[in-house]
Write a protein that binds this ligand. Structure first.
Ligand code: SF4
Length: 380
């Protein structure tokens, strides 16, 4: 069985206004110590199956020098059986690259870029607090299209002040560069971010629900008309270009995670590393491991995960898994939220839009049935 690898690079130049991910201010000295710890973690990792995907995410991994990426990749190749056709993705912030760096990343072993464009509007970029301008994104997309035959673009919709036409126009600008994959996320407001404060004070407001639904639909329709398949709630790809790393995650494959806050899933155990970069470095230096949590999964955990994750994708869930919730499945089908073909249940476009509600309803129904079943067995 193959395994995926996730590498976390937690540095950012500056915090974006909407972001609540853990990240630290970039400093060359800290990066050096962090990479030493990261390479030690790779060297000491447990044996794993053939590696068919490596994903370098963050933070802002494009703050690494290509030579550092090359060192990480050669350590992975030394420690594991790295497949010749492994997909090697690296997240890029358009404000951190030039043509020379994009070319050098290719030489370092990266064969897929994931470019965090987020918006093509100068006004929206400023509001989001991104470090880059629209012109940087145009340049990065142009270079990626010239140097890579597989690159993805992240966009956000539901930005304060944004209209459905503007969301669609931003996407159309991105599509001119021919990405093979697009991830489209609704902007969410997290407590503790500058965005949360601005919204609480009333200095900005999110688009209303009707506008957000219109944005979601227009983005989906534009992508599908242009030849992209909606293969997961937030992801669209041309045939054969689904993100290998994410598909492995959604189908509950095994993966190793290296770096601060990285997670792993190996032999039905979920592991989590220390999230704080100083804790991570100290633990790696002193103890040789930064794992702070190990959770063995029960069969019920596995069943829940399978349902929750598979239903997000167009692979869907085997109908047999929902045999105790047949009535609910029929009702959701009548409401146009799910469909059943070839023995698998999948969310429809409308179901993807309301995925939280549909998945929670299905999980609740299965939990109730399994509790009834357990009671039936324990009662005299
Ligand atoms: S670059 Fe990404 S990880 Fe860093 S602060 Fe902005 S959104 Fe968060």
């Amino acid at each position: 069985m193959s395994t995926a690898i996730y590498i976390h690079i937690p540095f950012c130049i500056r915090k974006c206004n909407y972001c609540d991910f853990y990240s630290v201010a970039f400093s060359p000295a800290l990066k050096k110590r962090y990479l030493r710890a990261l390479l030690k973690e790779i060297d000491r990792a447990p044996a794993a199956g053939e590696i068919n995907s490596v994903y370098i995410g963050g933070g802002t991994p494009s703050l690494l020098d290509p030579t550092e990426v090359e060192t990480i990749m050669s350590r992975i190749a030394r420690r594991f059986n790295l497949s010749r056709d492994a997909e090697v993705s690296l997240e890029v912030n358009p404000g951190t690259v030039d043509l020379h760096k994009i070319k050098a990343l290719r030489v370092a072993g990266v064969n897929r870029l994931s470019i965090g464009v987020q918006s093509m509007s100068p006004v929206e970029l400023r509001l989001l607090g991104r470090i880059h301008e629209a012109a940087d994104s145009h340049r990065a997309l142009d270079w990626a299209s010239r140097c890579f035959d597989n690159f993805s673009v992240d966009i956000l919709y539901g930005i304060p002040g944004q209209t459905p036409s503007e969301a669609e126009e931003g996407l159309r600008q991105v599509l001119r560069y021919g990405p093979q994959h697009v991830s489209s996320y609704e902007l969410t407001v997290e407590e503790g971010t500058p965005f949360f404060d601005m919204i609480s004070e009333g200095s900005i407001a999110l688009p209303d629900d009707d506008d957000k639904i219109a944005m979601y639909e227009r983005i989906g329709e534009t992508l599908e008309k242009t030849g992209y398949r909606h293969y997961e709630i937030s992801n669209y790809a041309r045939d054969g270009y689904q993100c290998r790393h994410n598909m492995n995650y959604w189908l509950r494959g095994e993966y190793l995670g290296f770096g601060a806050s990285a997670h792993a899933h190996i032999r039905d155990v979920r592991l989590r590393n220390a999230a704080d970069i100083s804790d991570y470095i100290r633990m790696m230096e002193q103890e040789g491991s930064a794992v702070v949590e190990e959770t063995p999964l029960t069969s019920s955990d596995r069943a829940h995960e399978e349902m929750f994750l598979r239903l997000r994708t167009d692979v869907g869930l085997n109908l047999d898994r929902l045999s105790t919730a047949r009535e609910l499945v029929r009702r959701l089908e009548r409401e146009g939220l799910i469909s059943e073909t070839g023995g698998a249940v999948r969310l429809t476009e409308k179901g993807m839009l309301l995925s939280n509600r549909v998945i929670v309803e299905l999980m609740d129904a299965l939990e109730r049935k399994s509790a009834d079943h357990d009671r039936g067995h324990t009662q005299p």
